[in-house]
Design a protein around this ligand. Structure first.
Ligand code: PLP
Length: 452
């Protein structure tokens, strides 16, 4: 009916990441409530949220302690800004907490409201730093094909996916992209993971030398790529990349927006891959997305030159009204406390192993091309031709079919073209993991019968 929430949603709401011409095909799913790892739509259909929203709702959809933390802070002091040394209790506690959790020594935390804003701010802060240091030529940043770092003009430039560049005249100047670490997709025939990682590091070095090492400021990467298809790097990839960065004194930014706070089976993805970043971007699981908040930490190497009197070029003219918001900070603090109290990092490890174990058991299935993952983040790459590693003719057609069939069976996943991503809340239990795996297997069989 024209007055249904679905119809009004289409009538008045311009959605993120949609094709405005396709709304009739896809329709809207209007969610109403949640409990644990489940969400329910306005018609009472229940779904297991196998993507934790957007890789983010670590504590699931009914954590009362987060609602209470927000209500308490709202009643006490609902807002305080953080410009020019104004502050509030929760943001101070949160900054201290994040520094204490950091896997490498960090000096300062800057607060923003989304992952995009955080990465955008990092770029500006590093440009400011280069200017402060009298190195105006050092403005370039290297990112990767298939990396995802957000959608503002600068962070969309860092993102290495065609939809985020095409039609926007992006990337902007000073942003370069090197190859992705996806062995299954990008390796040469017969090339081992080790040789592939070596080649990627050599390509990075060649790019640095071609551009001029003195012009390169930083390298940004997700420990495990998320939106680019859950790309788990070869075991020695980060070690080799870091050796090149160290050789030319290039800063490393770990974008922990998805990996941070337990997702990869350690508190940070940087720990899973022995990364020693100079800057770490955090959001999503920082507050379980109950309220928008993001942040990045910088080490002394980054901060020192900005603070040095002899370098000063004036005020850092940057900051957001809601950056360091006391209510979002209070929620993030409570969220981190719960993650630690319930040892959800260990649960992510255990449940992830269980889920990936089920997927690995499907490797003989005719539609399964690759199973990849670490901790509690995984993807199954679907194919119709295993040898050629190809799926149905239109890229994403097979993935879309499987995702839609799973949704009809009450499981929300995300297909990134023909890769099906799984990233459930960190609180998930064994029987819920099995529910996802059982339904996925049933859907694969149905779809195989249809397309093969
Ligand atoms: N960085 C990474 C690794 C992400 O996965 C995302 C979002 O998915 C972002 C940055 C951007 O975050 P936001 O959507 O909050 O702007």
């Amino acid at each position: 009916s024209p007055n249904s929430p679905e119809a009004r949603d289409i009538a008045y709401h311009l959605h993120s990441y949609t094709d405005a011409r396709r709304h009739e095909e896809t329709g809207s799913v209007v969610l109403e409530k949640g409990d644990g790892v489940f969400v329910e739509d306005i018609h009472g259909n229940r779904y297991i949220e196998a993507m934790a929203g957007l890789w983010s709702v670590a504590l699931g959809f009914s954590e009362k302690r987060l609602a209470d933390a927000a209500a308490r802070q709202m009643a006490k002091l609902p807002f305080a800004h953080t410009f020019s040394y104004k502050s509030n209790g929760p943001v101070i506690d949160l900054a201290e907490k994040l520094i204490s959790l950091a896997p490498v020594p960090m000096s300062k935390v800057f607060f923003t409201n989304s992952g995009s804003e955080a990465n955008d701010t990092i770029l500006k802060l590093l440009w400011y730093r280069s200017n402060s240091m009298g190195q105006p030529q050092r403005k370039k940043i290297i990112s990767r094909v298939r990396g995802y770092h957000g959608v503002t003009i600068a962070s969309a430039s860092l993102t290495g996916l065609p939809n985020n560049h095409r039609s926007f005249d992006l990337p902007i100047a000073n942003v370069l992209h090197t190859g992705s670490p996806h062995h299954w997709k990008d390796a040469n025939p017969g090339e081992s993971e080790e040789d592939f990682a070596t080649r990627r590091a050599e390509e990075l070095e060649a790019m640095i030398l071609a551009e001029g090492p003195e012009t390169i400021m930083a390298f940004i990467g997700e420990p495990v790529m998320g939106a680019g298809g859950v790309v788990v790097p070869p075991a020695t990839y980060w070690e080799k990349i870091q050796a090149v960065l160290a050789k030319y004194d290039i800063l490393l930014i770990a974008d922990e927006v998805i990996c941070g706070f337990g997702r990869t089976g350690n508190m940070f993805g940087s720990q899973t891959y022995d990364m020693r970043p100079d800057i770490m971007t955090m959001s999503k699981q920082l507050s379980s997305s109950y309220l928008p908040i993001s942040a990045f930490m910088i080490n002394e190497k980054v901060y020192g030159p900005i603070a040095d009197e002899s370098h000063r070029i004036g005020v850092l003219g940057h900051g957001f009204t809601a950056g360091g918001h006391p209510v979002a900070s209070a929620v993030a603090l409570e969220n981190l406390k719960i993650i630690e109290e319930r040892d959800l990092v260990a649960n992510a490890r255990e449940m992830g192993e269980r889920l990936r174990g089920r997927f690995h058991a499907l490797e003989g299935h005719p539609l399964v091309g690759e199973v990849r993952g670490v901790g509690l983040i995984a993807a199954v790459e679907l194919v119709t031709n295993k040898e050629a590693k190809t799926a149905l003719e239109a890229p994403g057609a097979l993935g879309g079919k499987v995702a839609a069939a799973l949704q009809a069976r009450g499981v929300i996943v995300r297909n990134m073209l023909d890769a099906i991503a799984f990233c459930p809340p960190l609180i998930i239990k064994a029987e819920e993991v099995d529910m996802i795996a059982d339904r996925f297997e049933a859907v694969l069989n149905d779809v195989a019968a249809e397309v093969l």
